[in-house]
Ligand binder design. Structure first.
Ligand SMILES: NC(=O)c1ccc[n+]([C@@H]2O[C@H](COP(=O)([O-])OP(=O)(O)OC[C@H]3O[C@@H](n4cnc5c(N)ncnc54)[C@H](OP(=O)(O)O)[C@@H]3O)[C@@H](O)[C@H]2O)c1
Length: 358
């Protein structure tokens, strides 16, 4: 029931809003592959009585993202490592179930996106909630195409990639949350787009459904030389932009195949996360190619564009509603499966965005 309003607090003792909250604690840093054993499940009764300016959010969709594995490293990255013994941080989409005094921007029943972590319900400041328009598209899209992955796909490609119509783009991790959107934005920008994926089924999805021009299944390409041949076959005029989500052999092959003044966008390096963060996985030293080709490599981070979220939504929102950008969700249920779903990202279990549903 909604709380707040002008109840004379000095006369009534406020009833506490005690809730049994389920949560996943990030317990232990993995040495190599992350597994459910790195997490601990608990159910705790918590007082979720909102104070002024707060709401209670009940989770419906939880995000699992590759960056969680980066933050599990003991080394600093763009921030300090995720502390152990605490609820796994994560973006969540859920409904407001209770509002505190003075809250006018949100009401009970509203859908919001908020960084609440892997907990079933929690108290959130109104300022930390993004109100969603659930009438237009599924609220779960706030975790991908109209959320953080969509934001880095959009700004990463258009700002760091500086695409010009007629150029050729290669995207690795092309059937994932970020990659599937990057390729479609590339098509809208007039590019020839080649996606690198981990299965024939994913290759079919990106070419037949999403409109990519070609796909390469990296699991059928044994080494750098064969990947270079695959690029040459699908992009006879060479490649101008590489949107990298995976690193590894695909990236090594690209560097040796890139066109003059190519732009490489480093969005992610998922092939390195499970064991290559503590001890670097040394590949060939290819920087001389940057000299020959006067190429650039730029790292991009979604949070650098947080303040420009509305700018992205103004363009991508209509694209999604009009079907110009398609998306897929691999929905896994329920809350108890969160660590398993995270592990699935590293075996390619998802097509499009991996999401856990209540
Ligand atoms: N810079 C940023 O702000 C930012 C924001 C979001 C995501 N990212 C990065 O972008 C990348 C994609 O993230 P996402 O959220 O869209 O995840 P995702 O692509 O939806 O899921 C991960 C996919 O990576 C592929 N993969 C897993 N291990 C691999 C390996 N060893 N080699 C090649 N591919 C592998 C799998 O697809 P296959 O079946 O095709 O192998 C898997 O489905 C990640 O590297 C992530 O860290 C960066």
């Amino acid at each position: 029931m909604a709380r707040g309003g002008s109840v004379p607090g000095f006369l009534l003792k406020k009833k506490k809003n005690m809730v049994l909250v389920k949560q996943w604690i990030y317990e232990m840093r993995p040495e190599a592959d992350v597994s459910p054993a790195n997490y601990r499940y608990e159910e705790v009764e918590q007082d979720l009585t909102p104070v002024r300016g707060e709401v209670v959010v009940e989770g419906a969709y939880w995000s699992v993202d590759p960056y969680m594995r980066i933050q599990q490293s003991s080394k600093d990255t763009w921030e300090a490592p995720h502390p152990t013994g605490e609820v796994q941080g994560a973006a969540v989409v859920g409904r407001v179930t209770c509002v505190g005094e003075g809250v006018t921007a949100l009401k009970v029943g509203d859908w919001v996106e908020t960084y609440m972590g892997w907990r079933s319900a929690g108290l959130r400041a109104v300022a930390d909630c993004r109100l969603l328009n659930a009438d237009e598209v599924s609220p779960s899209t706030a975790l991908h195409v109209l959320g953080m992955p969509g934001r880095i796909a959009y700004f990463g490609l258009l700002e760091a990639g500086k695409p010009r119509p007629g150029e050729t783009l290669v995207v690795s991790g092309a059937a994932g949350a970020v990659g599937s959107i990057v390729g479609q934005i590339g098509k809208l920008a007039g590019l020839r787009v080649i996606g690198v994926v981990g299965s024939d089924e994913k290759a079919r999805w990106i070419t037949e459904e999403l409109g990519f021009d070609a796909a390469i299944n990296y699991r059928q390409v044994s080494d750098v030389e064969s990947m270079k041949q695959a690029f040459a076959e699908h992009a006879p005029d060479g490649v101008d932009i590489y949107y990298d989500n995976t690193g590894g052999v695909t990236t090594d092959a690209f560097i040796e195949s890139m066109n003059l003044r190519a732009r490489i966008i480093i969005c992610g390096q998922i092939s390195q996360y499970q064991s290559g963060l503590e001890v670097p996985n040394m590949g060939p030293r290819l920087l001389h190619h940057f000299l020959y080709k006067r190429a650039t490599m730029t790292g991009v981070l979604a949070r650098d564009y947080t303040a420009r979220m509305d700018e992205m939504l103004r363009v991508m929102g209509p694209w999604v509603r009009d079907g110009k950008i398609k998306y897929n969700e691999t929905l896994i249920g329920g809350f108890e499966t969160l660590p398993e779903a995270l592990c699935g990202l590293f075996t390619g279990a998802n097509t499009g965005k991996m999401i856990v549903k209540a």
